[in-house]
Structure formats: C-alpha cells, structure tokens
Design a protein around this ligand. Structure first.
Ligand code: PHE
Length: 346
C-alpha cells in the first residue's frame, strides 16, 4: 500500500544518510529533517486523517516504529562519532613518555662574582661588614678628601670619565673609605667594599677602562702595620693557598702613609720562577698602607687617637691569578667557551 511503501522509502533513505553523517551537526540536521514538524514522516501522519480507522492504526503504528528506528540509528551514529573523535584524540595527543626530556642550558656563576663572594666570605669571617658606594662619584670623595687635591700629580695615573667638573666615574673604591668614615662619625670602622671602577685606560690584555676592586678599611685605636700584615697574610692563605707567602714593598698612595705594594709568592711555581710570575717568583696583588692622618682628620677622626689601615685589591687581577687567565678582556666578552670552564666550581 502506498503509505507503507512511502514509510519504507523514508526509513531506507534516512538510515543510509545517518550512516554517512560525518559529524554531530550532520546528525542534528538529519534529526530535524526526518523527525521534525516538516518532515515527510509528519506529512504522512497528517494525511492519515483521510484514512479508515483500521488503516489509521496500522499506518500510525508503522510510522511511529519508523520514527523510533530513525532516532535510534541517529543516537547510535552519534555514539559512533563520539567514540571515533575520542580515539582520534587519543591517537594524536598521545604522550610518548619514553621520549628523552628537553635539556635546559644552565649557566654558571661569573668567575668575578665568585671571587667577590669568596673574598666577602673570608673578610666577613674576620668581622668585616660589606659597604657600598655609587659609581658616579663626586671629585671631593674620589680625590680631595683622600688627600689628592686638584692639580695633584697622582691624578694623572687615575684619569677618569668626567660627567661634570665635579662628578666623575669613580677611579677607585677608595671614596667608600671617605663615605664610611663620614657616616660612622668618629666610631671604629671595619669594612670591605667591592665594586666597579673606571679609568681612561686603553684596553689591552691587562687593562680595562672598567674593572673591579675591593676596598678594605679598618679604623680603630691602636691599629698598627702588623695588623695590616696579619690580615693580608690570612686573606692570601685562605684565598690562594696556605703555603703562600706575602711581601711588602714600599710604595706611594696619597691617602696612605706609609704605603706598600703587596706581592704574593707565585702559586704556580712556589717562588722558583715561571711564566706566570714572569720568572720573578712573586706576583703583585694589591696596594695598601696606613690611613693618612689627613684622611682621618678630614673625615672628623683625631689621628692622635685613631689609626687605620686600608687596602685595595683588583678583583680581575686576583681572579686571573687564581685561574691562570692571561687576558682581562675575557671577563667581559660573555663568550660561553670561556665562562663554561668555570662550571661546577660554584
Ligand atoms: N685605591 C688604590 C688604587 O686604586 C689602591 C689602594 C687602596 C691603596 C687602599 C692603598 C689603600 O690604586
């Protein structure tokens, strides 16, 4: 009969379309097309008004069965598509836990930073505190209050980068001496001040227009030159090796009197002579001396009551000496081939 055939055709058509559906959207469209208000199925149901009661029962039942089967097939296909999507994701987003991990490049502490930390450690162990000062300094602290008035010939050795007539890039860490004394206002002082300094030098293997120094300053009653010697000897033994010796040579700094140049016996050859110590058996390490009375007086300390010693160590120089580095410029180039040699030593 006509309606039954139509129902069969509708079902066949719907089921094959449902099987071909590619995604959930297709299925939604098919559902409203085959089971919605304007579907061929509801056309048939509407036409049933004209049928005899017996026919109505049969066709009505069949139509409902067809509708149910179409809906079931849509639901089944929906499940199938969902599973396929999950399987697709499982396949494609699978994490291969056996793959080797990413390696991160790990840096290393800069050799100069390491020297600073070690030297700070040694001096803090002797009761020093760490002090600091600005790199842009006033002439008064960098020179004048250190007993280097304008026009003093010692200024020639430390020509600087001037910002104005009174402001310059500090040429030494010694202005931290003045700043600390002024701050302590007559109290005893025991400080170590690491930092950058600047000079108008041409860069070469042993000179750099910017480098670093440690300033040490001790001011108290009854401070003598033997305190200075004992302190530096202890420092050198801790830093470079317990078998090393130091020697003092007379020198000149305007802010210390007497002034000394301190040599360390060569850590490489032990004093017999080698290329590192230029066959002298000794390596020049630092400048030092007893604080000049003028410096104490200028900063408000009575030199009849207070004495002190000061020293200045080149951080690059000390680091070069320890590691046998022959060119100061290596420190500033950020060449990983150089820096990586200090890996594992932190
Ligand atoms: N400031 C001196 C220099 O840079 C070093 C020094 C410091 C000497 C303290 C004596 C005392 O050459």
């Amino acid at each position: 009969m006509k309606e039954e055939e139509q129902l069969q055709l509708i079902e066949k058509d719907a089921l094959s379309k449902v099987n071909e559906a590619k995604n959930q959207n297709d299925l939604n469209d098919l559902r409203s097309f085959y089971t919605g208000k304007k579907s061929p199925l509801s056309d048939i149901l509407k036409m049933m008004a004209n049928l005899a009661i017996e026919q109505k029962k049969i066709i009505g039942k069949k139509a409902n069965e067809v509708k149910t089967r179409i809906e079931e097939s849509i639901n089944a296909r929906r499940k199938e598509l969902e599973e396929a999507a999950i399987n697709y994701r499982l396949q494609n987003e699978r994490i291969d836990v056996s793959l080797p991990g990413k390696t991160f490049k790990v840096g290393t502490m800069h050799p100069l930073t390491r020297t600073i930390e070690e030297v700070e450690e040694i001096f803090m162990g002797m009761g020093y505190s760490i002090a600091d000062g600005p790199e842009v300094e006033i002439d008064k602290f960098n020179f004048e209050m250190l007993n280097v008035p304008k026009g003093h010939p010692a200024r020639d050795m430390q020509d600087s980068f001037y910002i104005t007539e009174n402001y310059l890039m500090r040429t030494q860490t010694s202005p931290v001496q003045v700043r600390t004394l002024l701050k302590k206002k007559g109290e005893p002082v025991k400080i170590l001040a690491p930092g950058k300094v600047y000079r108008r030098d041409d860069d070469d293997a042993t000179h750099s227009h910017q480098f670093m120094q440690f300033e040490g300053l001790v001011v108290d009653k009854n401070i003598t030159m033997s305190d200075l010697k004992g302190t530096l000897e202890l420092f050198v033994k801790k830093m470079f090796g317990s078998s090393l010796k130091i020697r003092f040579k007379p020198s000149y700094f305007p802010f210390t009197e007497p002034s000394v140049e301190v040599d360390v016996s060569c850590f490489k050859c032990g004093g017999s002579g080698c290329p590192i110590c230029k066959h002298s058996g000794w390596i020049e390490l630092l400048g030092a001396g007893m604080v000049h009375p003028n410096v104490l007086r200028e900063a408000g300390y009575d030199p009849e009551v207070y004495q002190g010693f000061a020293f200045g160590i080149g951080i690059e120089r000390a680091t070069m000496m320890r590691h046998g580095i022959d060119d100061i410029r290596n420190f500033y180039l950020n060449d990983q081939r150089f820096l990586n040699q200090f890996k594992g030593e932190n």
